[in-house]
Design a protein around this ligand. Structure first.
Ligand SMILES: C[S@@+](CC[C@H](N)C(=O)[O-])C[C@H]1O[C@@H](n2cnc3c(N)ncnc32)[C@H](O)[C@@H]1O
Length: 206
């Protein structure tokens, strides 16, 4: 038990990096280096910080409903703001409270969007609705970076009882790629980092 706990602790802190800003999984996302990006389900800011730190000329709008769900205690705009200030990037970020299934933005507002471990929480119907909203608020050709939990060995050891991540008969990358294509996106790139599957896609021309 002690060894398992130690392995879990090391994985959470040094592989999955659950308490630090994420590393951008692909340099292809927002490679132009400028523009306005939506983070759908920003939470405490790990994913918004990932983009703000990797792309110093990009602005991020961090959208979240800030409900105390999924065991996330203290999820609030204040905590997000203090994390952005601590990282010295608050001047390039805007925090917006709202539901990603009914986004408070005009069509074609953003050059890029991402959702990390958030849009995939919404069930099949909620996912479709929120993905439709991502598509609506993206400019033509806009990029969408999707990150979800991948039940690799890191996750199986550190979070053996977590009911998150896809573990059906089809490989998760095929299942999520199909859902993104069905939602009007072309797949650009897929890949993995510890505990994570990412899919970079682009809004299809209408
Ligand atoms: C697991 S956290 C991920 C937070 C952050 N993206 C990260 O990588 O650490 C999921 C976030 O999605 C938010 N969320 C869930 N459903 C939402 C919805 N319908 N609209 C907006 N935010 C939502 C939750 O409040 C939570 O902050």
């Amino acid at each position: 038990m002690a060894l398992w706990a130690l392995a879990g602790l090391l994985i959470v802190n040094f592989a999955v990096m659950a308490n630090a800003p994420l590393d951008l999984p692909t340099q292809s996302f927002m490679a132009s280096g400028t523009g306005k990006v939506l983070d759908a389900g920003a939470g405490s800011g790990r994913s918004a910080l990932m983009v703000l730190l990797a792309r110093p000329n990009v602005k991020v709008v961090a959208l979240d409903k800030f409900a105390q769900e999924f065991g996330i205690a203290g999820n609030s705009p204040q905590r997000l703001e203090s994390n952005l200030r601590f990282a010295n990037v608050a001047n390039r970020a805007e925090i917006k409270e709202g539901d990603m299934r009914e986004m408070p933005f005009e069509p074609a507002t953003f050059d890029g969007a991402l959702s990390a471990y958030a849009i995939d929480h919404l069930g099949r119907g909620g996912f479709r609705t929120a993905l439709g909203e991502v598509k609506r608020v993206l400019k033509p050709g806009g990029e969408f970076l999707f990150l979800t939990v991948n039940r690799d060995w890191y996750v199986r050891i550190a979070f053996p009882f977590m009911h998150h991540g896809y573990f059906g008969p089809t490989p998760a990358v095929d299942r999520w790629s199909a859902a993104l294509k069905e939602g009007g996106f072309d797949i650009v790139e897929t890949g993995y980092s510890p505990g994570t599957l990412y899919i970079l896609c682009r809004k299809k021309a209408e």
